[in-house]
Design a protein around this ligand. Structure first.
Ligand code: F6R
Length: 263
């Protein structure tokens, strides 16, 4: 794992967008794993700007989103399909038929989950998976006690997560759906590369547990420690509780592979 500490949220966003764009340019038929949430909104804005200004081409890319609320139709502005359409899909030249979000409206959620896994396999697996981290320690919606080998399935959201996402539901946690269909921790670990982003002081404690604490199903994000190709990009506020801050900064400043990404 590499931890990259940037001095501002803008720089976290820029580095994440630059890295995603570099992978897409190197492999135009990239299979991208996508996340929603506030952290990602600005990354998508930046990718849209790169598409418009620099011709970043999504036409051959395929995407798989991490998760979707159960019981929220795609056309509802609270759905993650709606979020993705508005923040990215409608604004770049991605082929809509190659964008995938779990079907939270499926009558048979278990069949929908199995089908989602099969679609990822058929696409050849995920090349680069973007991740945020929830205050409950989740990646995707893998809430505490999610098995580290879990696959796509439905999960009950914690009160912490429903409170975290309440702002999108008029500020009322009770309005946040109780369940979601999410890629499993095992599904996420199968991606060939992981890029986890965290910004803001509210993430500092859980980020430190995920990166430097024990690997535990209580903090599903800690499973990223098992991944051979994982980058964690954070701002100073989110990095505040990391013990190894100075070492991580030194590595980023000195590793030749990061020369193009230093700002
Ligand atoms: C969203 C997702 C979540 C979020 C996480 C952080 O698809 O899978 O794990 O990435 O909850 O959300 P924000 O960025 O809103 O803090």
């Amino acid at each position: 794992m590499e931890v990259i500490i940037q001095s501002s949220t803008e720089q976290v966003v820029e580095l994440a967008a630059q890295l995603t764009a570099a992978r897409l340019r190197a492999k135009p038929d990239l299979v991208l794993g996508l996340a929603t949430g506030r952290t990602m909104e600005r990354v998508y804005d930046r990718l849209v700007a790169m598409h418009r200004n620099d011709g970043l081409d999504f036409s051959r890319a395929t995407s798989f989103n991490l998760d979707e609320y159960i019981g929220v139709p795609a056309e509802d502005e609270h759905s993650y399909r709606w979020y993705m359409s508005n923040h990215l899909f409608q604004r770049v030249n991605i082929d809509r038929a190659r964008t995938h979000v779990p079907d939270g409206m499926a009558a048979d959620l278990s069949a929908a989950a199995t089908h989602y896994e099969a679609l990822i396999q058929k696409a050849g697996g995920i090349d680069l998976q973007l991740l945020g981290i929830g205050e409950a320690g989740h990646i995707g919606f893998n809430e505490p006690l999610s098995a580290l080998m879990s696959r796509t399935r439905d999960k009950t959201l914690t009160p912490t997560t429903r409170a975290q996402n309440a702002a999108m539901f008029g500020g009322d946690p009770e309005q946040v759906p109780k369940r979601a269909l999410t890629m499993g921790v095992g599904t996420i670990l199968d991606a060939r590369e992981l890029l986890l982003l965290a910004t803001g002081a509210a993430k500092a404690a859980i980020l430190a547990q995920a990166v430097e604490g024990p690997i535990t199903a209580m903090v599903s994000a800690s499973a990223i420690q098992l991944h051979p190709r994982c980058k964690v990009v954070v701002d100073e506020a989110a990095a505040a509780r990391l013990q190894g801050r100075e070492y991580y900064q030194w590595v980023f400043a000195n590793e030749p592979e990061w020369a193009d990404f230093r700002q």
